[in-house]
Write a protein that binds this ligand. Structure first.
Ligand code: ADP
Ligand SMILES: O=C(O)[C@@H](O)C(=O)COP(=O)(O)O
Length: 411
């Protein structure tokens, strides 16, 4: 069995959908499972919320997840982080990778963020987003993990104790990656090898050349080269009833999707100042508004979003609750209120946001359904006895019409 851990929930569904496409019967558990998954699995992906928490807490949650995966019978491990290397200089990609490698007793791992289907490529160690260097892309404005450097070896070295090396595209394409890995001199600790990849063929070559490594790390792209036993994917059916979109992401793709959806569905923007002064009142009013919308047209989704323009993003105050936490709390409370009002289909935009919402819904496990866009898939989960269809969308993924068109995939 393949055991994987992801540093956010959208990352977990992103990886799981890639594994499903490769024929793995894949279960996503929300957090470390107390027992095994509900059904048989060829791959288990543990969804964690470790991207932006304290490095020591991220390491301890990841080591716990590794122990659980080993208990479940995993023999090979995939450490999934963001294809745009979302992290801070303190972590958490490096500290988690170092700890997993130490626990597995492995001295070499590869670092492969590339996800060409979503426009993420790495050439000479430089990460590009649709051809733009990461540090010049919209990722430089992320509220929690602003990415202001594109150099993956440098980003990693700042947060990891590993010896960091780079294998360029020319070696990957000449079929020399395995020999290059074997030829690297031994170091006393971990050697983390950033490997360039620009195309899906590059990723296939990397997966083949690293099949002997117990631990691989990267975005979901590397999963393209893994071979499952051929289990066919599951198709989820529509559940009927009210539908909603909750968007906590400030990312460029989500802002575009929100602008598009605003012309098509009833919508409200979170008022962060009001949330700060009257949280209960603001959430209650939004929940009443949604019920009112559904009573007029039960098949039309409602949209609640946090950021329309980049200027809406508040930097963290020196005292008082940061806007990011208020927004996550508000959208979580709304998700629960919507589920209580009969909503069984929900799109959530944003990785941190999805973590907060899914935890509030009490979902413990996700079954992966049909794909919607690269890295974006429908999934289903049990929220306190209520089965729900959930689409957890990474902030930067999906086309402009995703919030209105994704529902069609459930038909
Ligand atoms: N107005 C705002 N000011 C500051 N932070 C915000 C605001 N609106 C949303 N956020 C926060 O920004 C973060 C976006 O992260 P996330 O949900 O992971 O989205 P993405 O997938 O785009 O990275 C969340 O923690 C969210 O609460
Ligand atoms: O690898 C990716 O890009 C995604 O799976 C992911 O992790 C994106 O993070 P969020 O945008 O914070 O959801």
């Amino acid at each position: 069995m393949l055991g994987a851990l992801a540093d956010d929930f959208t990352g977990a569904t992103d990886l799981a959908m890639a594994l499903v496409a490769r024929g793995f019967r894949t279960v996503v558990t929300i957090g470390v499972p107390a027992t095994g998954p509900a059904g048989p699995a060829d791959a288990v992906v543990i969804a964690l919320k470790t991207r932006t928490i304290e490095p020591s807490a991220a390491v301890s949650a990841s080591r716990n997840a590794l122990r659980a995966l080993r208990r479940l019978g995993a023999t090979r491990f995939y450490d999934k982080y963001c294809s745009t290397f979302d992290s801070t200089p303190r972590g958490n990609i490096g500290p988690i990778m170092d700890a997993l490698a130490a626990d597995l007793g492995t001295r070499t791992t590869v670092v492969v963020p590339s996800f060409p289907a979503a426009g993420r490529t790495v050439v000479d160690g430089q990460l590009f987003v649709h051809g733009t260097p990461l540090s010049e892309s919209s990722l430089r404005n992320h509220p929690l993990t602003p990415m202001t450097d594109s150099d993956v070896p440098r980003l990693l070295a700042a947060q990891s104790a590993a010896e960091v090396s780079l294998v360029p595209l020319s070696i990957v394409r000449s079929g020399g990656l395995r020999a290059a890995l074997d030829a690297l001199p031994d170091v006393s600790g971990l050697r983390a090898v950033v490997v360039d990849a620009e195309t899906e063929d590059d990723l296939l070559a990397i997966a083949a050349a690293t099949a002997h490594l117990p631990l691989i790390t990267g975005g979901s792209g590397l999963a393209l080269g893994l071979e499952g036993p051929g289990t066919p994917p599951v198709r989820l059916a529509a559940r009927g009833g009210p539908r909603a979109v909750l968007a906590g992401s400030a990312s460029a793709a989500t802002r575009g999707q929100v602008a598009h959806a605003r012309s098509l569905m009833p919508h409200r923007k979170l008022d962060v100042s009001l949330l700060r002064t009257d949280f209960e009142g603001a959430v209650g009013e939004l929940s009443d508004w949604a019920s009112e919308c559904w009573s007029k047209n039960s098949s039309e989704p409602v949209l609640v979003y946090a950021v329309g323009e980049l200027s809406d993003v508040e930097s963290a105050p020196s005292d008082g609750e940061p806007a990011s936490e208020l927004v996550e709390r508000a959208l979580s409370r709304l998700a629960s209120a919507f589920a209580d009002a009969g909503c069984r289909e929900l799109i959530v935009a944003g990785g941190e946001t999805s973590g907060a919402v899914v935890s509030a819904l009490g979902v413990r496990e996700l079954v992966i359904g049909q794909p919607v866009a690269p890295g974006v898939t429908w999934a289903s989960g049990d929220s306190r006895g209520r089965e729900m269809n959930l689409l957890l969308k990474s902030g930067n993924f999906g086309g402009e019409d995703l919030m209105s068109s994704a529902w069609k995939e459930l038909a």
